[in-house]
Design a protein around this ligand. Structure first.
Ligand code: CA
Length: 223
């Protein structure tokens, strides 16, 4: 099990690294948000432990960037702040747990073990492309941080496009997957649904994500 600690206080980082290593974890340390983001994006980890107050990029910025890139690795925040609003903010940005400094190492270890167990069996809950994010269990969609309300059908269509991002999907495939029906004779219904979805997730934004492939179907990708 490999853990990335992003913490600028050298003493805390060293203490955590030693304790976790003694408990059998492989530990890497980044001392600022930029290095942490780089390491997290270029190597594979089972858990992130992030300090909130970090130079260059704070812990929240690091995690929200990783989540928007589709990185679902569990994240535990360490913070000196104990405000409910901070806690809520952290959880909304995709933190899995929160520990207020100062904390006992045994408490941290227990939380780490719980997160790692959960992480192994946890289904994908967040999907993202560019600045568009979907929270599957809560049926929440947002783009550039703005909440977007979708009907159940629009939501299902978007999840299909996102799960198969970069792949051109024919109208027939979309009709089968979203409506569970065969629309061979009238795939116009797909075009209408795509138009409605575009109005919500693409029209208000500069960079379009849904693209029409003439004579074939549709693809969701950043261009
Ligand atoms: Ca700090």
């Amino acid at each position: 099990m490999r853990i990335l600690i992003i913490e600028d206080e050298k003493k805390t980082a060293a203490f955590l690294k030693q304790g976790l290593s003694e408990n059998g974890f492989v530990v890497d340390v980044a001392e600022n948000g930029m290095d942490g983001l780089f390491l997290a994006g270029s190597q594979s980890f089972d858990l992130f432990i992030l300090d909130v107050g970090l130079p260059k990029l704070d812990g929240w910025q690091v995690l929200s960037t990783l989540r928007s890139q589709g990185v679902t690795t569990p994240a535990l925040f360490l913070t000196a702040r104990d405000l409910v609003s901070d806690r809520v903010k952290g959880l909304e940005l995709g933190a899995d747990d929160y520990l207020v400094k100062p904390f006992a190492f045994s408490e941290l270890l227990a939380r780490v073990r719980t997160l790692l167990r959960r992480g192994l069996s946890r289904p994908v809950e967040h999907l993202a492309i560019a600045d568009l994010e979907i929270d599957l269990p809560r049926h929440k969609v947002s783009r550039a941080g703005q909440r977007i309300d979708l009907t159940t059908q629009e939501f299902t269509l978007l999840v299909l496009l996102l799960r198969r991002q970069g792949e051109v999907l024919s109208r027939t495939i979309i009709a089968e997957q979203v409506w569970d029906m065969n629309f061979d004779s009238d795939t116009n219904v797909v075009d209408v649904a795509i138009r409605r979805l575009r109005r919500k997730i693409d029209d208000p934004f500069e960079h379009k994500l849904i693209h029409t492939i003439r004579g074939t179907g549709y693809v969701l990708e950043p261009r």
